[in-house]
Design a protein around this ligand. Sequence first.
Ligand SMILES: [Zn+2]
Length: 257
Amino acid sequence: MDFTRKKYAELLVQLKRAGYGFITYSEYCSCPPQGRFVVVRHDVDLRPGYSLATAKIEHELGVRAVYYFRAVPESWDERIIKAISSLGHEIGYHYESLTTCNGDMKAAYSDFCKNLEQLRTLAEVKTICMHGSPRSPYDSKDLWKQYDFKDLGIIGEPYLTTDFSEMFYLTDTGRRWDGYKVSVRDKIEKWQEKWTDRGWTFHSTDDIIRALKENRLPTQLMITTHPQRWTDSYFAWTKELLAQKTKNIVKRVIAKR
Ligand SMILES: [Zn+2]
């Protein structure tokens, strides 16, 4: 079975074996290291308990990652945010202010500032990351066409401050590793075609593991997961599989518009 916590742990072990170091996103932004490294990013869209379970597995393996939390009750759990931070992981803000404020720039910026300040009472926050909101007409990254997150002491936003000419991006969006085909916003359009040309497309986690063993992956990686999709309970696993199948159909239609 794919998309289980066991399979995730296996992926981490194989990355370590292949010689990849693990750094947080803020570390990447302040000073990217030489050699092989991976930034493991988690978007906590919902079910924060699943993220805590993932954070513990990583901690056991000596891996540090970044967890982006949304300012909505289904993601924002203060006990869990503090617990994940205390395991040595980075905490960031998974913002969607332009969507929740219906495209009103001024209102969205003040909503963003308020939530950021609140999150900073729980953990240090140096980086932020857009929540894709596939059904919304607004792209929350557009906030930065008018405002500058650096004014707020933010040093990075994965979609805006990553050098994708050097770093290969993998995301489990759509509960598969080649979900860029169905994703509305979680994709790096400028580089995807070049990556595909190089044969860097993977469907299952085992496909990635195979590529690691065969030394077919580039030096710098960013791997994004949504921990709520990764479960070891068979019931929850089946439910998530069916829900994602339906969502992918809807997203494919929206992405084609
Ligand atoms: Zn998200």
